[in-house]
Design a protein around this ligand. Structure first.
Ligand code: ATP
Length: 137
């Protein structure tokens, strides 16, 4: 498909980077289809990251992702999933390329400013996790 899903994570929201990150997303050629600021309970964060539940960082990740408000968005562009992962850069900001969102705003491998779906299938699942049909335009 031509859509992906992103979240601006709690550290970046806390640091007042919603505008700057959204600006980079739009400047990168993505159209915002849906957008909301919300807060995940630890239960909802655990559900969102269910695929990582066996990983050693899971508990810390769930605590972090429920520690403050996030901004969820569905984005549209040709080749959205791959192009958005390019725009955000590597998971570990130490490895993120110059000009990427994580290079600019990520603080650590965990507090890495943004999420980006890793497949069309997950983009669909993750978008549905936050948005009803009548919240997408
Ligand atoms: P995302 O799914 O958020 O776009 P990603 O696909 O780049 O990130 P994943 O490997 O799917 O990275 O990990 C999901 C999230 O878990 C990361 O974005 C990060 O916040 C956290 N994470 C990943 N690896 C570690 C780690 N070694 N230590 C702490 N947190 C980690």
């Amino acid at each position: 498909t031509n859509q992906t899903f992103t979240m601006i994570k709690p550290d970046a929201v806390q640091d007042n980077h919603i505008g700057a990150i959204t600006q980079m997303i739009e400047a990168g050629g993505f159209r915002i289809v849906a957008l909301k600021k919300t807060k995940l309970t630890s239960e909802r964060a655990g559900q969102f990251y269910e695929v990582h539940k066996e990983r050693p960082f899971y508990e810390g990740l769930v605590n972090y992702m429920s520690s403050g408000p996030i901004v969820a968005m569905i984005l549209e562009k040709e080749n959205a999933v791959a192009d958005f992962r390019k725009l955000i850069g590597a998971t570990n900001p130490a490895q993120a390329e110059e000009g990427t969102i994580r290079k600019k705003f990520a603080k650590s491998v965990e507090a890495n400013a943004v999420h980006g779906s890793d497949s069309d299938e997950n983009a669909q699942i993750e978008g549905d996790f936050f948005f009803a049909a009548d919240e997408r335009f």
